[in-house]
Design a binder for this molecule. Structure first.
Ligand SMILES: [Fe+2]
Length: 294
């Protein structure tokens, strides 16, 4: 093996770099008062790890890995935000870029699978102006993660990801001042906000090419099991598992995000709050979502 340094007072070894060529030299080094020596694996002519009984797999420092994953998530979220804004702009001109949205969904899926906690932490860095875009991509990622946990086929996971990206497209026409308003909304502002499922659904229908699943999720993601939601006041029997899944992810994302008018909730508080409201949300889905974060 090739020694880069031996930290000991023995002149024979200290401050020297050399190739150990015999057991005798190795024994002489071990006999010094050195507590450690630096071995150069590349320059060694033998399997140093095997000799020393070490695992050759590089050890992953969890802190470094977290930093790297955070960086990857920041890059993907930033790219996805720009791509989603571009796609929404194109929709205003009558172009639906389904392929582009699909790629965005795939990128998000990779990152939330790598670390749901880091991914969501990164989406919390959104600015007010990016609110709807980042909310949509966070909901999309959560929907894909939850669908995968429920063993949906990959094609269905992908479709749900695209539906998540488009579910709030109807908010495009609502001024940010209203979306971010800190005070109480007046009747007209409330009506405008509650119109976004219908507006989005109409837009997507006009564009064509959008799946029934995406249209349903856009129109019904604010419905609740007891019929107290909007716009149609549908009850449980009319709400498909996919619509319920979108609702659970949408509400969880909204609760755990900071908004101009509220502080973010901890994930466990949001999940408990939702679980305690089984008349509104599908408890089984809330529990399964909780398992993603445990
Ligand atoms: Fe919405």
């Amino acid at each position: 093996m090739y020694i880069e340094s031996v930290e000991c007072p023995t002149v024979e070894f200290s401050g020297r770099r050399f190739l150990v060529q015999s057991d005798e030299t190795l024994r002489a080094i071990l006999a010094t008062s050195a507590s450690h020596a630096l071995v150069n694996r590349q320059k060694s002519l033998i399997d140093v790890d095997g000799l020393l009984g070490l695992d050759a797999t590089p050890r992953v420092d969890p802190a470094c890995e977290e930093q790297r994953e955070t960086k990857r998530a920041i890059e993907v979220v930033a790219r996805a935000t720009v791509a989603l804004r571009d796609s929404f702009d194109a929709m205003r001109d009558g172009n639906l870029q389904l392929g582009k949205l699909g790629s965005v969904a795939d990128d998000l899926s990779d990152r939330i699978d790598a670390s749901p906690d880091i991914f969501l932490k990164v989406t919390r860095l959104k600015t007010k102006d990016e609110g709807t875009y980042v909310h949509s991509l966070a909901v999309s990622a959560l929907m894909m993660r939850l669908a995968r946990a429920l063993d949906y086929e990959e094609s269905a996971v992908h479709e749900l990801g695209v539906a998540g990206l488009l579910h709030d497209v109807g908010k495009l026409g609502i001024p940010n001042e209203i979306l971010n308003k800190t005070g109480v909304l007046d009747l007209e502002e409330k009506r405008l906000i509650r119109s976004h499922p219908d507006v989005g659904h109409r837009l997507l229908k006009e564009l064509g090419k959008v799946s029934e699943l995406t249209l349903d999720i856009c129109l019904y993601h604010h419905e609740t099991l007891d019929g107290s939601g909007y716009p149609a006041g549908l009850k449980a029997a009319r709400l498909t598992p996919e619509i319920r899944l979108a609702t659970v992810c949408d509400v969880f994302e909204a609760l755990t995000s900071a908004r101009a008018y509220k502080m973010p909730w901890e994930a466990r508080d949001a999940l408990k709050w939702m679980f305690d409201r089984g008349h509104l949300f599908d408890k089984k889905l809330v529990l399964r979502l909780a398992s993603v974060f445990s």
